[in-house]
Each structure stands twice: as C-alpha cells, then as structure tokens.
Design a protein around this ligand. Sequence first.
Ligand SMILES: Cc1cc2nc3c(=O)[nH]c(=O)nc-3n(C[C@H](O)[C@H](O)[C@H](O)COP(=O)(O)OP(=O)(O)OC[C@H]3O[C@@H](n4cnc5c(N)ncnc54)[C@H](O)[C@@H]3O)c2cc1C
Length: 403
Amino acid sequence: MNEVQDLQVNVVEKPADNATSSKYSRNNPYEATVVINRVLNGVGSDKETRHFAFSLEAGMTYTPGDAVGVIPENRAEAVAEVLGALGFTGEERVLDHFKAEISLEEALRTRLSIGKLTRGSVGQYAKLPGAKGIGGRGFEALQHLCGPENKLHGDEYCWGREFIDLITDFPGAVAEPQELFNVLSRLTPRLYSIASSQLVHPNSVETTVRVVRYDTHGRSRLGVASGQMGERADVGATLPIFLHSNQNFRLPEDPTAPLIMVGPGTGIAPFRAFLEERQAKGDSGDNWLFFGDQHQAYDFLYHEQWIEMQAKGMLTRLDTAFSRDQPQKIYVQDRMRENAAELYAWLQRGAYFYVCGDAMHMAKAVEQALLDAIVKGSGGTPEQAVEYLAKMKKQKRYQRDIY
Ligand SMILES: Cc1cc2nc3c(=O)[nH]c(=O)nc-3n(C[C@H](O)[C@H](O)[C@H](O)COP(=O)(O)OP(=O)(O)OC[C@H]3O[C@@H](n4cnc5c(N)ncnc54)[C@H](O)[C@@H]3O)c2cc1C
C-alpha cells in the first residue's frame, strides 16, 4: 500500500493533545523498531534525504508539531580510529557521567561526542597535564587556538574538524582514559520534526532525515545521528527514541483557519504531519504550501502525496522553488514575493503562517519576504509591517520550527 492510500484508510481515534510518551523519556528512551527507511531523493541528487518510520508502543502519543528524539551512537570505525590514535585498546575501565563503570570503547561509542570539534574541547585538551609534552612546537600551536583572545583562530581550526583531527595534529596529551570525560562533551540526542499524523499512523512516528555527509581537511565525514540512520538503521533495526513535545508549533484550533506553510528541504516534515492531520479530521481551512530544494526532478520530497492532496482540493496552493533548475537561484522567499498580494490577502483572512527548516539563512529570508508582502499588501510602512507581524505572533499566527 502506498502512503497516499495508507492515508485514507487508517484513521483512528487518538487521545487529546498531551504529546507525551507514557513512561518513556529522553532518560528512559523507547527501543523503537525501524519500519520504513527509504531514500526520498531520485538518482542523481546531491542530497540524501530519508523517510523513516519507527514503531511505537501503545500509549505513546504525539501531536503534529512535535519532534522525535533519537539517541545516537558513534560509528565503530570512528571509535576504533580514536582508540588507535590515543594508543588505548578500548578495554580500559572508566566512570561515565553517572559514575557507572564501563569500558572506554563503550564510553566513546555511547557517551562522548567525538564528532564536531568545539573550542571548549580544544581548550580542555590543552589543559591536560600531558599537553605540555606535545612534541615540536605543538603545545605552543595548540595554545594559540585557546582562550577568548584566540577565538577566531580556534573557530577556524574547529570548522569541519572532529576529535580525531585534534589528536592527530597534537598527539600525546591524553595519558589516562578518564581524562577524555574532561575534554569531550556528552553525546546528545538529536531531534527530528515529526512528519506524520497519529490519526493516520496510530502505531508509528515518521520523520524526514537529511543524512549529513561532507569532506573536509582530507577526510569524509558523516553526521553522527543522521549517518547512523542512513547507514546502520535498516528496516528491522532498533534505535532508542523519545517523543518531544513542542507547544509552540501547533495547528490552529479553528479547523476553518487558512494555513500558509513554508518548508524547504527537511523543513517539509511537520507540514506533512499538519496536512495529514487536517485531511484525516476533514478540516475545511485552506492550505498553502511553499516547498523548495535543489532540483525538481530529484528533490521534490513527497511530491506524489502533494499532487494527490491537490487533486482532492485538500492542498489549496502549492508553490515550489527549485534553486538549481535555472541559471539564477530561486528560493521559497522569491516565490513568496511573487505572490505577495495573495499572501497578504490570506493573512487578512486570518491565515496562520508557519516556517520550518534552516535557521541560519532561510528563516531570516522568509521573515523578510513576509514583512515585504505585508508592506506591499497593506501599503503601509516597514515599521507598521513589523507591528503587524508582532500582532500575528501574539495571536500565535506566526510560528517557527527552525534549526
Ligand atoms: C527542533 C529540531 C528539529 C529538527 N528537525 C530535523 C528534521 O526534520 N530533519 C533533519 O534532517 N534534521 C532535523 N534537525 C537537525 C537534527 O537534529 C541534527 O542536528 C542533524 O541531523 C545533524 O545531526 P547529526 O548527528 O547527523 O550530525 P552531527 O554529527 O551533529 O554533525 C552536524 C555538524 O556537522 C557540521 N557540518 C555539517 N555539514 C558541514 C559541511 N558541509 N562542512 C563543514 N561542517 C559541516 C556542522 O557543524 C553541523 O553542526 C532538527 C533539529 C532540531 C533542533
């Protein structure tokens, strides 16, 4: 059964908005089974975005707008590389953050962040008693990366590097395995916006995960959690997860309220959940979706579902921006500007405006396009547009889930 068909038949009652997960939590995660893991991009795409579904136990409930937390593990190869560079076997005993005794291998795999390097870790590494013994002018060079006065150098060094780079560039500082707990931060869970409605998928939770892969400083890198999900989470595998409530990203209570949703890339995830939920409930409000990515041919995530929803009149408008399908880059904010008059008309009708995805560039550009649409539509000043948006925020009609 494909997802669109699945959407129409599996509607069940679920408890009200409590978004809790029975006895499970971040500290007591649920060992979920992977029931779907499929690549959403077509052959030829530069991206690897995967649709995941995890099994849930009875009593675990979520609401569109929530996220699922994944407790990741570092790759065995990365752990082995760090152990090799430090000259340890992995069998050494250490005390974890809760003073439980475990092997160093387990600590490096499940407790400590050996991925993305931070200035904090570099600073702590330089403070180890053994750091002074780093050969050549190593200790001096290491110190040049530490402290507030060297912030720029430190940031530059950390960019695109991981712990393995630090111990390869400045070897010999770690004398005792336990010292690693002073140097490395804790391996933390990763959150993924939920991409499903539990009205349609009562026993599972779905997500849209972009696998982070990049090459820097002569090494191929893989995101800890997304890499694990991309490479070591086939259907049938298990992963510890928890449900994470987000009361600040919610569908309107009014089923007739119009929605404008801007979700490029993986930002599309919660809007799949919103639309599935609205469809399942039979909500009559209009729905306008802006989606963007690199290429229409490979990167139009869930397009079959959108086409189906459009045909049914459920998705009132769909505007897409594929940045690399033409010489000049086109983004979702450009589509918003092209449709400024209609966008403002929707806002005047009481539309709720939602943004999800990249916090660094996209969210700011979308906010500016929204302000511009308000100026254009209302004939007011930029200051009045800012006030208009502030009022929308107060009414919970401007909500963001950005990362
Ligand atoms: C509320 C919330 C919702 C989220 N929803 C989603 C979602 O729906 N889908 C999704 O895919 N993600 C989502 N994320 C992001 C997700 O939680 C992870 O941060 C992401 O998957 C990366 O984690 P990772 O462990 O795979 O990578 P990590 O091991 O944490 O590595 C990521 C880091 O690698 C570095 N890096 C990445 N690319 C490059 C590069 N090209 N050059 C140099 N350095 C680079 C950056 O420092 C980056 O921070 C969400 C985050 C939050 C907070």
